[in-house]
Structures are given as structure tokens and as C-alpha cells.
Design a protein around this ligand. Structure first.
Ligand code: GUN
Ligand code: ZN
Length: 441
């Protein structure tokens, strides 16, 4: 074995090996107060308790993070890179917000150099917040897709994105046609899907901005390229749902508009789902599709309270990840997103534990993106994307989380709850991509 290619990280590690919405914490959470992670060429080779393992690796070069918690990198299952600069746009709900703020901003991304500049800022912001993988909306302009993938590739990130398809109910400057969106998407899939760690998602914006023909062609692309993803918005806002009913009178419900075009499958990720009916929950469960739960956005735009517990029920289990949905979302931090998710649950009389929230931000997100074989926890063979977290990053956090890292699950569960309520980018001490520390400019 060439030991020089191998490196080790020592510290407290927490990850998930099963879903804490369905099994006990003892069965789902893995916590090593003093653990060792062994990495070779960016891939996890070994993982466990330091005392039990270290004699196997006498010459290992080890980075020791004392008083830090090491977690798998966070996974953001829904975010828009071109909306970075228009985060915190005042006063409107979804449809007005799109016309007043979003569309004029996205117009700027026809210019590749501008798109590159914002893509670079955006990816640094993700990494600063401990997000190592994201499913990303671009704009209708292929230049913006290239800009995003080039910047993500430069950073060795596992990322998924796609060109937005929209051929109606939008300003002329932000419309493609059914045919041009088909052809451009096809070329972009051929260029970017499985290019290194990058993956492609066919991305109709939402049913309101696509003709039936465009949705059908999106379905044709999924049939032609069965391992690409489908990424869109679904049932976010009451006025939007009424509009979809008017636009597609022959569909049974919002999800059915996508279903008729062949867009509802096990590689489909739908953002929001705030207004879903029981029949739609059932269909999403049957199809093994995923929902991205975007609490900061759902609250900011006044969309409503996502029924997380229904999505994670025994009857209609659905894959769920967390989404920041920047720029309707108000933070790049999945910790702050979990914070708002907790409050959304409280408003429905339900609890969201820190373990459940951290599961959604890591292994749950990986499962939502069908990437659980590659990322999401510290299993041997997975890609070594991880973050080093300071539970005492601010004076208030240091007071609330005082003392050494605890030994028990109950105690670490309490500390991570304080982390998710009080933490943000300040709590992320370092972000590692394939075992290398990311340089954030
Ligand atoms: N629905 C259609 N487009 C968008 C968007 O850009 N953001 C959100 N939150 N919802 C949408
Ligand atoms: Zn969105």
C-alpha cells in the first residue's frame, strides 16, 4: 500500500446509516466521539473508532480536529444560482415575485462572463456554508449552464444542474421554444452529464411556463437519457395551483400535468409540494419521486407549511431532502434551513429532531438525488466530501454548547439541536471535497 496517497482525519464524527423518521436513533445515527476517517485518492477507505483502528495505520498522516464535529457535506436539493444577487426581494408572493424580481435578474445570464462571475460567487457561498453537493437551477441560456458546470468542475464538485425550459407565460426575453429547448438540452446532456462528477437534470421551470409540447419533449429527453434527472417546481402557492388548474383543465391535479408527460419517476425531484393533495402524495410515493422541502422559501414567499410528516409517513413514504431555494429562500445555510423546518413542524404540532434534520441535510438528500451510493455518509467506498463543524462558533453558541464534546447520543443530539437553531456559515470551520480542503476565495 502506498501510504503517501492515504490520509487520515481524527475527531468526533456523526453520520447516518438509516432514516431516523422510520427507525430509532440507535439504529440510524452513528456517533464516534473519537473517530478516524481514512481516505485514499478522495475515496473513504476505512472509518470507525480511533482507538480500535489506529494500530492498523502506523504511518498514517493524520489531521486531528480537536473539539470539532465532523459531518458528511450538506446536500442542497433545490437552489437557483442566478438568483443569488436577488435574495431578500421585498414584499411579493410567488407569481408577482417572479415577474417583478426574478425574470429581470435571470435575463442578465445570457452573458457568459457575468454568469461565470456569479457561478463562482455562488459556489464559494455553498462551500462556506458546508454544502458540498447541490441540485441547481440555471436559466434558459445555455451560456449560464456552461458557466455553472465549468465553475463546479473547476472545484471538483458533485453537482447536478440543467438549462431551464420555458416557452410561455414569461417575458419574450426569457423564452425558448419547445423545439429549441429540446435541442439545446440534448446538446448540454451530451456535454455535461457524467462529465467528471457532474450530472444533468432536465429542468422545465414549472408547468405554468411550459406548453404541453415542451413538457412532452422533456419526457422524450428522459426516455432517451434514462439516467438524467428531472427537476422542477410543484404545488408551491395557492394562486399558482389555481392557475395550473385553468391552464391544464384535463389534468386531475398539478402532479398529473407532469405525469402525463412522463416526468414523474424515481429520478424526479419536485421543489416545494406545499399544497399537495393526498392523491398526489400517494402518486409521488408510488413513483419513488423526491420532494425538496424548502422552509425558508415557503415562509418568505408566504407559500405555506409543508406537511413533512405526511411525506415521511409509513403509508406514503416519499424521499425528502432539504432545499434552500435561494433566492426565494433566505439563507445558503442548511443549518438555518433546518431551523425554519423545525418551526414549520412546530406550527403543525410536530417535532423535527436535530438527527432527523441532519439526516435530511446529508443521507436523506443523497437518497433524494439517488446518490446514496456515492455520498451522504462515511461508508467505505464513498466520496470523501465532509465538513468540520464548530459547535461553539459564536459567543452564544459557546455558552449554550459549553464543555467538551459529549459521549452519548442524547447529549450530542442536544448540542446539534443548538447548532441547527443558532448555527450558520460561522459554524463551518472547513469544507473538504474528495478529501482535500476547499479553497474559498
Ligand atoms: N416557481 C417557478 N419558478 C420559481 C422560482 O424561481 N422560485 C420559486 N420559489 N418558485 C418558482
Ligand atoms: Zn425554486
Amino acid at each position: 500500500m502506498n501510504l503517501s496517497a492515504i490520509k487520515g482525519f481524527r475527531g468526533a464524527f456523526l453520520d447516518f446509516i438509516d432514516d431516523p423518521f422510520y427507525v430509532s436513533e440507535l439504529e440510524s445515527v452513528r456517533y464516534f466521539p473519537d473517530g478516524l476517517l481514512v481516505i485514499e485518492n478522495g475515496i473513504i477507505q476505512d472509518f470507525g473508532d480511533y482507538a480500535e483502528m489506529h494500530s492498523k495505520y502506523p504511518n498514517l498522516s493524520i489531521t486531528h480536529y480537536r473539539d470539532r464535529l465532523i459531518l458528511p457535506g450538506f446536500i442542497d436539493t433545490h437552489i437557483h444560482f442566478p438568483q443569488t444577487e436577488m435574495i431578500a426581494a421585498y414584499g411579493e408572493q410567488l407569481l408577482e415575485w417572479l415577474h417583478q424580481y426574478t425574470f429581470p435578474t435571470e435575463r442578465k445570464f445570457k452573458e457568459k462572463s457575468y454568469a461565470k462571475k456569479i457561478a463562482s460567487f455562488f459556489l464559494d457561498e455553498l462551500l462556506r456554508n458546508g454544502t458540498t453537493t447541490a441540485l441547481v437551477f440555471t436559466t434558459i441560456f445555455p451560456e449560464s449552464v456552461d458557466a455553472f458546470f465549468e465553475a463546479a468542475g473547476d472545484r471538483n464538485l458533485r453537482a447536478i444542474a440543467g438549462k431551464v425550459m420555458m416557452d410561455c407565460n414569461a417575458p419574450d426575453y426569457l423564452k425558448d421554444t419547445a423545439q429549441s429547448s429540446y435541442e439545446e438540452t440534448k446538446a448540454l446532456i451530451q456535454k455535461w452529464h457524467k462529465n467528471g462528477r457532474l450530472l444533468y437534470a432536465v429542468t422545465p421551470r414549472f408547468a405554468a411556463t411550459s406548453s404541453e409540447k415542451q413538457l412532452q419533449l422533456a419526457g422524450k429527453l428522459l426516455a432517451e437519457f434514462p439516467d438524467v434527472y428531472l427537476h422542477t417546481h410543484l404545488s408551491e402557492n395557492v394562486k399558482e395551483v389555481e392557475w395550473i388548474r385553468e391552464l391544464f383543465p384535463h389534468s386531475q391535479n398539478y402532479l398529473d400535468v407532469y405525469d402525463r408527460a412522463g416526468l414523474v419517476g424515481d429520478r424526479s425531484i419536485f421543489a416545494h409540494g406545499v399544497q399537495l393533495s393526498p392523491a398526489e402524495f400517494k402518486r409521488l410515493s408510488e413513483a419513488n419521486s423526491a420532494i425538496s422541502f424548502c422552509p425558508t422559501s415557503n415562509l418568505f414567499l408566504g407559500s405555506g407549511l409543508f406537511k413533512l410528516q405526511q411525506a415521511k409517513s409509513q403509508e406514503t413514504p416519499i424521499k425528502v431532502g432539504l432545499g434552500t431555494d435561494v433566492g426565494a429562500g433566505t439563507s445558503f445555510s442548511l443549518l438555518q434551513t433546518a431551523n425554519e423546518g423545525y418551526k414549520v413542524s412546530q406550527l403543525q404540532g410536530r417535532k423535527l429532531s436535530s438527527f432527523q434534520a441532519l439526516f435530511l441535510a446529508t443521507l436523506g438528500g443523497a437518497k433524494a438525488l439517488n446518490l446514496e451510493e456515492k455520498i451522504g455518509n462515511f461508508d467505505v467506498g464513498k466520496e470523501a466530501d465532509f465538513i468540520v463543524v464548530n459547535l461553539q462558533a459564536t459567543p452564544l453558541m459557546a455558552l449554550r454548547n459549553s464543555g467538551e464534546l459529549p459521549q452519548t447520543l442524547a447529549e450530542i443530539g442536544d448540542r446539534t439541536f443548538a447548532l441547527m437553531m443558532l448555527g450558520d456559515d460561522r459554524a463551518i470551520s472547513a469544507t473538504y471535497i474528495l478529501g482535500d480542503r476547499a479553497k474559498i476565495t
